[in-house]
Write a protein that binds this ligand. Structure first.
Ligand code: NAP
Ligand code: ZN
Length: 351
């Protein structure tokens, strides 16, 4: 199947229209028309080759909502016309201990990301959701629950699950004291989801004018990271801190904010990070952890949770031809709080 998309051809050029051939449907494949696709900072990291592993041309996009147009002969869980979603993972081995535990993101053989890596069967490089169509193995296609506004829901597929998973894993529940560092795409979802879980949520930001937004998003308190006095007063105040900062940064100022046995979960920067000191870790049994997106079952649980609690991202809808400008703005943290591409703006072959 031929489809149209927007792709980056190298680390320094704009994304441009791109046409390519999708694989023929396998028995367990679902093909769908992409309706909406969120714009994650990981898309920008990949396009700019920040992680050194980009394969060009790359069609980014792993926050995808679409409508099924065709299913393979053995697909029972999805039917033509269904509204479905795909996040960051499109395949995994399905038999290792991690896949058996529904933790496909930690598959021992490595999960297949939605874009930029070889398909497990034919070796063709996967391409993401800034495209008119997508084909994915059925186990990795999620159901959109009734009641979620599909025009806004796409960012749940990455920003939502990446924050939901560590909040659950590290035991956040009613009354937990949670802080979120960095009010961007992931950060604003962390605030909304932790609030919906009943936690007391503090937004930690370097940007003073985001205080009002944090309040509107549901945060109970706002802490300016450059305000040393306020940071000192906040010591020992949190059970869990979710750090979404996308660049190398010093985590030392945040460690004393954890209470005894508290956990700082890093989800933002992938790569080296400052020089953490062991002092607050040892004198307080505090932990620094990392967390990668979430498994497929947990992603479905998160979608259902968001539908039940009416949690939706704050989105700025753009057309596909605004994507390069959107990247510049994302780079400057000038988005409140997630761009979503209305894929109807992309001309393409009829479904
Ligand atoms: P984003 O929308 O750009 O938000 C990042 C926020 O971090 C900004 O709004 C800003 O908030 C803060 N920030 C930005 N630059 C900073 C700097 N130089 N120093 C301190 N704070 C800074 O990005 P996002 O889409 O939420 O993604 C965040 C990171 O998570 C990216 O690196 C992305 O690749 C990663 N990610 C990881 C996973 C995973 O599975 N672990 C999944 C998805 C994304 P303030 O203005 O409030 O400070
Ligand atoms: Zn992402």
């Amino acid at each position: 199947m031929k489809t149209t998309a927007y792709a980056a051809h190298d680390a320094h050029s704009d994304l441009v229209p791109y046409t390519f051939e999708y694989r023929d449907l396998r028995d367990n494949d679902v093909a769908f028309e992409v309706l909406y696709c969120g714009v994650c900072h990981s898309d920008l990291h990949t396009v700019r080759n920040d992680w050194g592993n980009a394969v060009y041309p790359v069609v980014p996009g792993h926050e995808i909502v679409g409508r099924v147009i065709e299913v393979g002969s053995s697909v029972n869980n999805h039917a033509v016309g269904d509204i479905v979603a795909v996040g960051c993972i499109v395949d995994s081995c399905q038999h290792c201990d991690q896949c058996e535990k529904d933790q496909e993101q930690y598959c021992r053989e490595g999960f297949t990301p939605t874009y930029g890596a070889p398909d497990r069967i034919d070796g063709k490089i996967t391409q993401g959701g800034y495209a008119k169509h997508l084909v994915s193995r059925e186990e990795f296609v999620l159901k959109m629950p009734e009641g979620l506004d599909i025009a806004k829901a796409a960012p749940l597929l990455c920003a939502g699950i990446t924050t939901y998973s560590p909040l659950r894993t590290f035991g956040v529940t009613k009354g937990s004291r949670v802080a979120v560092i960095g009010l961007g795409g992931l950060g604003h979802m962390a605030v909304k989801i932790a609030s919906a879980m009943g936690a007391h949520v503090t937004m930690i930001s370097r940007t003073p004018d985001k205080a009002k937004d944090a309040d509107e998003l549901g945060a109970n308190a706002f802490l300016l990271s450059s305000d040393e006095e306020a940071m000192a007063k906040a010591a020992n105040g949190f059970d869990v801190i979710i750090d979404t900062v996308p660049v190398d940064h010093d985590i030392n100022p945040y460690l004393p904010l954890l209470d005894i046995d508290g956990t700082l979960a890093l989800v933002g920067q992938i790569g080296p990070i400052g020089q953490p000191t062991t002092v607050p870790l040892i004198f307080g049994r505090r932990r620094v952890a990392g967390s990668l997106i979430g498994g497929i079952a947990e992603t479905q649980e998160m979608l259902d949770f968001c539908a039940e609690h009416n949690v939706l991202p704050d989105v700025e809808m753009i057309s596909i031809d605004q994507i390069n400008e959107a990247y510049d703005r994302l780079d400057r943290s000038d988005v409140r709080y997630r761009f979503v591409i209305d894929m109807a703006s992309l001309e393409g072959p009829a479904a």
